[in-house]
Design a protein around this ligand. Structure first.
Ligand code: ZN
Length: 507
């Protein structure tokens, strides 16, 4: 029996407009959830991180209250995910009362057990990153992450007793060498652990845009608040049965730059609460343009709305998963997207559907002929569905798509090799049977492709399904997918090209 699958994206800092990197992480989570859901319960959480000084500053610069400022940005974020055909189960906002109450409950629980205590904080603080830095970590006296000026803070603060969990965390890293991937990030985090961990401040008194500390004394540090979303959303402290169903999370997707928060601080908070660490934290690579990490300054060059509009959301989803192994950085260009769209999707897959249905129309009036029975061809692909599912759930998307493409290629080759236009001209029964068998396998293969590619391209595969004359079942369990299930007599409905060619003119 499969455990319930739970996947999260980072909750996105709502300080500006989304870029293609946000679409990337969220699409990956969506593909995982859709694939897992074919064999059992799955839950996919995303959302927005809305507290902290950076949000308060941005709101005040815009002449709005922080809450109003966040409320005004939310449609842009939710609209992005809709534009990329993302179907999440829950969208948490850290300003929601359900989250705020649970975060306060965590604070009280840890204060009661001594893992949160009152102390004095003095140190360097980067406002932009909401991060404290040891003097030794500063670069030329500035924030090592963003290069901005840091401020000296001195105040009475509530601390989280991170140091207490260092040994347990080291043990956890050693006995679960795959719990942080890729390996480079695991090694980096191990090095930090070996240096030792210091308790850190989780209260702020210099501004008030955050969750109030129970009993007064400022607001809770935004990272402490934000990390908890992964458990507050699924019912920690309010719905124990639901929480036990989904926790620990199966996969938590993050960007490399927030690995320290998610693989050192987050599991320690969980340990303090008596909960388990997530099963896998995966730090994916960055999308780069000319080797540089994209960010706000790239503006419209990487506007994810414009890209989905131009190439189609499903083509973008395919590109993001197919172009580079998940985990490594990859260099993005519109030319590369256009190539994938025209070649893999248009020529290989789209033409396969168009040619197959056109021949079925011409030679068999669009009606699926009888299945040919046991065949070496069906045998060859019998294990494809389970292999692909395993690859996807192991975040090897590129490999999974390459394997699916072997079926695409094999079907195209059969058309070239068996020459249905020649078979159709000869009058003997053997040719007619061979043509039946070929046309059947083409339609059945396309049905399989629609099922296996559905998590990656949810909308275009529905169109394939419709053209194949099918109605329900595209999201069926892959472990019971059998060659030969396509019913004889199905009336296909050829339609428009799946992936119309896009002319790319380099500027
Ligand atoms: Zn910084």
């Amino acid at each position: 029996m499969n455990r319930a699958f739970y996947v999260t994206t980072p909750i996105y800092y709502i300080s500006g407009n989304p870029h293609i990197g946000h679409a990337y992480t969220t699409v990956v989570a969506d593909v995982l959830a859709r694939t897992a859901r074919t064999s059992g319960p799955a839950f996919f959480l995303t959302g927005t991180d809305e507290h902290g000084q950076k949000v308060a500053n941005a709101a005040s610069a815009a002449g709005k209250s922080p809450q109003q400022w966040c409320d005004d940005l939310i449609p842009r974020w939710q609209g992005l995910f809709a534009a990329y055909h993302v179907r999440y189960d829950d969208f948490i906002r850290t300003t929601q009362p359900r989250h705020e109450r649970a975060v306060q409950a965590v604070f009280e629980r840890l204060r009661d057990n001594g893992d949160v205590y009152l102390g004095k904080y003095e140190g360097w603080y980067c406002v932009a990153d909401e991060t404290f830095w040891l003097e030794s970590k500063l670069v030329d006296g500035k924030c090592p992450t963003c290069g901005r000026e840091v401020q000296w803070l001195s105040e009475d603060d509530w601390f989280f007793r991170l140091s207490k969990y260092r040994d347990r965390l080291l043990e956890h890293f050693r006995s679960n060498p795959e719990w942080v991937r890729p390996r480079s990030v695991y090694n980096e985090m191990m090095a930090l652990l070996e240096e030792g961990l210091e308790d850190f401040s989780i209260s702020r008194t210099n501004f008030d845009w955050g969750i109030p500390i129970p009993g007064g004394g400022g607001v809770i540090y935004v990272w402490f608040d934000a990390l908890l979303n992964y458990i507050t959303a699924i019912g920690w402290s309010t719905d124990d049965a639901r929480f036990r169903t989904y926790w620990p999370a199966s996969v938590q997707l993050i960007g490399k730059e927030i690995a320290r928060f998610h693989t050192i601080i987050w599991p320690s908070i969980l340990f303090a609460l008596g909960e388990e660490a997530p099963q896998l934290v995966f730090a994916h690579g960055w999308i780069t343009v000319d080797g540089q990490k994209i960010g706000k300054s790239w503006g419209n060059a990487v506007d994810p709305f414009a890209l989905a509009e131009r190439f189609g959301a499903d083509s973008m989803r395919y590109f993001l998963l197919r172009e580079a192994p998940f985990g490594s950085d990859f260099s993005y260009s519109e030319e590369k997207i256009a190539q994938r769209h025209n070649s893999d999707l248009g020529n290989d897959l789209g033409n396969l559907l168009r040619r197959s249905l056109a021949m079925l129309e011409k030679y068999r009036e669009g009606i699926v002929p009888p299945a040919p029975g046991e065949s070496a061809f069906a045998q060859r692909f019998a294990d494809l569905p389970l292999r692909v599912r395993e690859q996807i759930l192991d975040l090897r998307f590129r490999e999974a798509l390459e394997d699916v493409w072997e079926l695409v290629t094999a079907l195209n080759r059969r058309i070239d090799d068996e020459k249905p236009w020649v078979l159709a001209k000869s009058a003997d029964d053997a040719s007619a049977r061979q043509l039946d068998g070929l046309l059947y396998d083409l339609c059945e293969g396309l049905r399989w492709l629609a099922v296996l590619l559905h998590p990656v391209m949810p909308e275009r595969t529905q169109e394939m399904w419709r053209q194949l004359g099918l109605v329900d079942g595209i999201d069926r369990d892959w472990s019971v997918l059998r060659w030969g299930e396509l019913a004889q007599g199905t009336r296909t409905l050829p339609g428009d090209a799946l992936f119309p060619r896009i002319e790319f003119v380099s500027s």
